[in-house]
Design a protein around this ligand. Structure first.
Ligand code: AMP
Length: 543
């Protein structure tokens, strides 16, 4: 027997409408390129979103379900697009501005973005991409230069507010984000209104992000990275103010002191970098109560430094683009309260418990499928997940058993342990990805490109631990013919054609032979042991 409750669609229009009706005076503050602040309230945001949504449909090139790219930093215009595009039935596709034009062109081509909204901060680098893509219309914002394109403010000022939101149903696609593919090909994750709505409710629980109407939330995580971890929706549903840091790298301590940020979110690399700035205490950062940290492992020493010296609570999260992105969250439980501080920080450094709504299991692959492994904190296995906000397949790719199990779980590619209380800890990564500053670098893609160099016979790229970035790529190659020029310069130039700067290995090592596993693959563990030592520079023939 079915129940008799309303079949009320779960869409982002509910988030926007709630923010406007209940929290109309809450504010969005953006740091502009000239270091001044732009600030307006949710009522103004709402009115602009309504006009923008109408203007988008009037451009005449976007049909419901069409993908629309954004090439932008964290600004109020990007936030407006986060609502206007999905609520008018289009699919928001934030483009990672850190990728090269070559990488992005492939993504834009696959996504078939009809229109791209471009932030003035990136106009020049976008021009490179523009030459490589077919896109019907480009809309520029935050730009002073006259551009032969549609101007964002003009679009908004000339449009009437949209009469009603145009979302066919709750399972309609709302957003598309690309992962870095383990095999070198990025894969698209297509979120629905329902999945993003449920993710918003889930992260807003007290034991997850725990945002309240009294918070001032600053996502330092870029809005092109896994939907800024859902914060644009979670913050506005909670009625929190938002601070958006724009495109320029700025003094975070100043930003917090001037805007009263209470919760900020970003990767550990950022928090390690700004720790000295915050601990100098030249600015009053006493409003800051919590940092949400994820994307890569947060070292327990850094957790300790923030909690002990700055009195800022660290919440360590794990997730994936495929999970909208939040999967687990590390908070202490009542039973932990009497533990020593050191013990507490050890627990908080784990990636945490699945948030309500997420199921996880540890699995080992056998000849006839998977067996479930125990949660004893010792045995490690492949981490598999499922939830209402986890992808069931990738955009435009037939699901394969490499990524999804036959019984409907996502294979995360992370190797983990889970203890008896459900705290998950990542111990390794099965996928060939290097995590640097919270971004993925595909070792397979780098190897494939190195092998295209006429002098390279074999290539293996590994991630070596790095204090600043978490991991950095290191390339080990064997040569088919000697290279006269500087090896490091040669390979850096070769790779720069295809990959962004942060992908390029810091070091290139030429060897006679690359260590191999029993089945003849590059033995990356052995390579790591051999080459990641301190005196690498002495042994390497380059850089
Ligand atoms: P992305 O889809 O770019 O967000 O990357 C997801 C991957 O980042 C995960 O599968 C993990 O390998 C890694 N990751 C995310 N959060 C953490 C964390 N807290 N600790 C360790 N690795 C993480």
């Amino acid at each position: 027997m079915h129940g008799l409750m309303m079949n009320y669609p779960l869409t982002l229009a509910q988030v926007l409408e709630h923010a406007r009706h209940i929290h109309s005076s809450k504010r969005v503050t953006t740091l502009l390129p000239d270091q001044t602040f732009h600030s307006y309230d949710y009522t103004t945001l709402y009115e602009r979103v309504k006009r923008l949504a109408n203007a988008i449909t009037q451009l005449g090139v976007i049909q419901p379900g069409d993908r629309v790219g954004t090439y932008a930093s964290n600004t109020y215009q990007h936030l407006e697009l986060y609502y206007a595009l999905p609520c008018s039935g289009a699919v928001l596709h934030p483009l990672n501005v850190r990728l090269t034009a070559v990488q992005l062109a492939r993504i834009v081509q696959e996504a078939e973005d009809k229109v791209i909204f471009v932030d003035g901060a990136f106009t020049d680098q976008f021009d490179e991409l523009r030459k490589k893509i077919e896109c019907e219309q480009i809309v520029h914002f935050n730009t002073s230069s006259a551009h032969p394109s549609v101007a964002y403010e003009q679009l908004i000022s000339e449009a009437d507010p949209i009469y009603s939101w145009d979302i066919p149903d709750e399972n309609w696609a709302m957003g598309l984000c690309y992962t870095s593919g383990t095999q070198g090909e990025p894969r698209g994750v297509l979120y629905t209104h329902r999945s993003m709505f449920l993710h918003t409710l889930a992260v807003n629980q007290a034991d997850v992000f725990g945002l309240t109407e009294m918070d001032i939330v600053m996502p330092l995580v870029p809005m092109f990275h896994a939907m800024a971890w859902g914060l644009p929706y979670a913050s506005m549903f909670a009625g929190a103010d938002m601070v958006l840091p724009g495109a320029k790298s700025v003094c975070i301590a100043d930003l917090i002191a001037e805007t009263g940020v209470t919760v900020a979110a970003g990767v550990p690399t950022i928090w390690a970098k700004v720790y000295p700035e915050l601990s100098e205490r030249k600015r009053d950062i006493s409003t800051l109560r919590r940092l949400i940290v994820g994307g890569e492992a947060m070292p327990s020493a850094l957790i300790e430094a923030y909690e002990k010296n700055l009195g800022v609570e660290i919440c360590h999260a794990w997730g994936m683009t495929e999970m909208s992105p939040t999967g687990t969250f590390s908070k202490l439980r009542g039973a932990h309260q009497n533990l020593s501080d050191a013990e507490k920080w050890r627990i908080k450094a784990k990636q945490g418990q699945p948030i309500p709504g997420v199921e996880l299991r540890l699995a080992a692959e056998t000849s006839n499928g998977f067996t479930k492994l125990p949660w004893d904190g010792e045995v490690s296995g492949e981490l598999q997940v499922r939830s209402p906000w986890t992808a069931s397949r990738y955009y435009n790719i037939e699901p394969t058993t490499e990524h999804f199990t036959p019984d409907g779980w996502l294979r995360t590619g992370d190797i983990a342990t889970v203890d008896i209380d459900g705290y998950m800890q990542i111990v390794d990564r099965a996928k060939a990805l290097i995590r640097s500053g919270g971004e993925s670098i595909s070792s397979v893609a780098l190897e494939a490109s190195l092998l295209k160099h006429p002098s390279v016979l074999e290539a293996a790229v590994i991630g070596v631990p790095d204090e600043e970035w978490g991991e950095r790529p290191l390339a080990v190659v064997t040569l088919s013919q000697p290279i006269r020029a500087d090896i490091s310069d040669t390979f850096k130039q070769h790779l720069a054609v295809e990959f962004p700067k942060f992908w390029i290995p810091d070091r290139f090592v030429v060897v006679d032979e690359i260590p191999k596993t029993s089945v003849g693959k590059s033995d990356k563990r052995a390579i790591l042991e051999q080459f990641a030592s301190e005196n690498l520079r002495d042994r390497s023939s380059a850089a």
